[in-house]
Write a protein that binds this ligand. Sequence first.
Ligand code: HEM
Ligand SMILES: *[C@@H]1O[C@H](CO)[C@@H](O)[C@H](O)[C@H]1NC(C)=O
Ligand SMILES: *[C@@H]1O[C@H](CO)[C@@H](O)[C@H](O)[C@H]1NC(C)=O
Ligand SMILES: *[C@@H]1O[C@H](CO)[C@@H](O)[C@H](O)[C@H]1NC(C)=O
Ligand SMILES: *[C@@H]1O[C@H](CO)[C@@H](O)[C@H](O)[C@H]1NC(C)=O
Ligand SMILES: *[C@@H]1O[C@H](CO)[C@@H](O)[C@H](O)[C@H]1NC(C)=O
Ligand SMILES: *[C@@H]1O[C@H](CO)[C@@H](O)[C@H](O)[C@H]1NC(C)=O
Ligand SMILES: *[C@@H]1O[C@H](CO)[C@@H](O)[C@H](O)[C@H]1NC(C)=O
Ligand SMILES: *[C@@H]1O[C@H](CO)[C@@H](O)[C@H](O)[C@H]1NC(C)=O
Ligand SMILES: *[C@@H]1O[C@H](CO)[C@@H](O)[C@H](O)[C@H]1NC(C)=O
Ligand SMILES: *[C@@H]1O[C@H](CO)[C@@H](O)[C@H](O)[C@H]1NC(C)=O
Ligand SMILES: *[C@@H]1O[C@H](CO)[C@@H](O)[C@H](O)[C@H]1NC(C)=O
Ligand SMILES: *[C@@H]1O[C@H](CO)[C@@H](O)[C@H](O)[C@H]1NC(C)=O
Length: 354
Amino acid sequence: MFPFASKQTVLVAVAALALLCLQLPAVVRGQLQVGFYNTSCPNAESLVRQVVANAVANDSGIAAGLIRLHFHDCFVRGCDASVLLTSPNGTAERDAAPNNPSLRGFNVIDAAKAAVEQSCSRTVSCADILAFAARDSINITGNVSYQVPSGRRDGNVSLAQDALTFLPAPTLTAAQLVANFANKSLTAEEMVVLSGAHTIGRSFCGSFLTRIYNNTTPIVDSGLSPAYAALLQALCPTNTNSTVTTLMDVSTPTVLDNNYYKLLPLNLGLFFSDNQLRVNATLNASVNSFAANETLWKEKFVAAMIKMGNIEVLTGTQGQIRQNCSIVNNGSSSAAGIQQTPRATASLDEIATS
Ligand code: HEM
Ligand SMILES: *[C@@H]1O[C@H](CO)[C@@H](O)[C@H](O)[C@H]1NC(C)=O
Ligand SMILES: *[C@@H]1O[C@H](CO)[C@@H](O)[C@H](O)[C@H]1NC(C)=O
Ligand SMILES: *[C@@H]1O[C@H](CO)[C@@H](O)[C@H](O)[C@H]1NC(C)=O
Ligand SMILES: *[C@@H]1O[C@H](CO)[C@@H](O)[C@H](O)[C@H]1NC(C)=O
Ligand SMILES: *[C@@H]1O[C@H](CO)[C@@H](O)[C@H](O)[C@H]1NC(C)=O
Ligand SMILES: *[C@@H]1O[C@H](CO)[C@@H](O)[C@H](O)[C@H]1NC(C)=O
Ligand SMILES: *[C@@H]1O[C@H](CO)[C@@H](O)[C@H](O)[C@H]1NC(C)=O
Ligand SMILES: *[C@@H]1O[C@H](CO)[C@@H](O)[C@H](O)[C@H]1NC(C)=O
Ligand SMILES: *[C@@H]1O[C@H](CO)[C@@H](O)[C@H](O)[C@H]1NC(C)=O
Ligand SMILES: *[C@@H]1O[C@H](CO)[C@@H](O)[C@H](O)[C@H]1NC(C)=O
Ligand SMILES: *[C@@H]1O[C@H](CO)[C@@H](O)[C@H](O)[C@H]1NC(C)=O
Ligand SMILES: *[C@@H]1O[C@H](CO)[C@@H](O)[C@H](O)[C@H]1NC(C)=O
């Protein structure tokens, strides 16, 4: 390789190369950066924040919806806004059972995108808007502030089957939950930390029916308080396609606090998967420490959200900056089942003036 170079010279050259690599800008290394839109769209983050704040003021449950949208985006094909794409024949991620009809907040993302496009067109990705909106929702409901690394690009592909493959079901065991998150490079502790998001929001009956009915016979799953089970049975009749929802944190449903971890030992965790955090001694120890120290949980929650926001991201010239979050840009589709017809987006005024 270096026939005339001394060993020292080669070492110096290698060291210099290593140093050069370290000094390459984050964009070139394909990493996300805090303040990615500092110069290209300085208002981006505040515009998103304003739309989210107005939407949450109108409907506090929307904050939960926006946090979950980011999660469901990141676990399926990475944080590339694939969860927002629509399909004419019901074959996109959002049409899959784990997402439909429970995902909400699409119109808020559309309004945020419209506001950002008005200020700086074709600059800010839908994937970044999802990450900003989740952060803002956490800020508003949790009295927590953190900076979101950005520079994500939008993907072209959205398949219902991928949502079924990668999104964790509420029927998973502790070992399955750990494996599902490990598949996305998240640790067992991070799985417990992120599950704390279930301290806000709601659920349809279908996600916990097997804990309260065996076919049509009422039962009480071990790990579920009998009084709570009775309440849920009254709310959710068996074998009906119910549109009824119930709050996941019965005492502070709109506050992002550590109450989730306090409810679990009382057998008031709504899902089978929630209760699974109690049956494994390692996971249970995390639950106990977060129940005892809210500050600790919030620190770890923020760190885990940032890590989740890095899953399989597209950067640099990968993917595209989608113009309309629900469809890929003209002429760049590589998706099966995704049509190029524009879909009505919520008007900015609708949300901004509420
Ligand atoms: C650990 C595995 C997880 C499972 C099995 C799970 C399962 C579920 C289920 C079944 C629902 C209710 C869906 C319905 O309405 O029927 C739900 C709601 C929710 N999940 Fe999870 N989830 C998990 C992890 C997470 C993570 C990591 C986050 C975010 C960091 C999250 C945030 C939420 C939020 C905020 C809601 C409420 C959504 C709303 O009110 O619109 N979940 N989850
Ligand atoms: C954007 O500005 C903020 C605040 O000055 C700074 O912390 C951040 O590093 C900047 N990011 C970029 C990519 O310029
Ligand atoms: C918000 O958090 C700060 C610490 O970060 C704390 O001092 C303050 O009391 C909190 N406010 C509320 C309303 O919880
Ligand atoms: C919410 O975020 C804003 C902007 O980063 C920050 O100034 C504010 O302190 C945060 N609010 C709370 C309660 O942490
Ligand atoms: C892990 O990911 C692979 C593909 O990357 C997938 O086939 C497999 O089902 C995943 N396993 C779990 C437990 O999610
Ligand atoms: C449901 O009921 C059937 C028939 O009585 C019984 O064999 C089965 O073990 C029950 N399953 C559960 C999960 O309770
Ligand atoms: C079930 O309910 C959903 C709305 O929650 C509705 O779209 C769907 O058509 C219903 N299916 C049946 C078979 O009634
Ligand atoms: C609990 O979960 C941890 C982390 O996945 C695992 O290493 C351990 O074997 C589990 N313990 C039991 C008793 O299942
Ligand atoms: C979980 O923690 C509780 C303390 O809240 C303890 O009583 C229980 O034995 C623990 N369970 C497991 C499986 O470690
Ligand atoms: C709670 O956690 C915070 C953050 O890690 C730590 O600084 C604090 O000492 C903990 N409080 C107690 C009582 O352990
Ligand atoms: C999306 O399509 C464009 C144009 O065909 C292409 O440059 C880009 O790499 C594609 N992105 C993905 C994630 O497939
Ligand atoms: C969905 O419809 C598109 C055309 O609208 C078609 O190209 C695609 O093959 C369809 N996908 C499925 C799974 O039927
Ligand atoms: C306000 O929230 C309600 C649901 O609670 C929703 O139907 C309505 O569209 C929202 N309005 C705006 C302007 O976002």
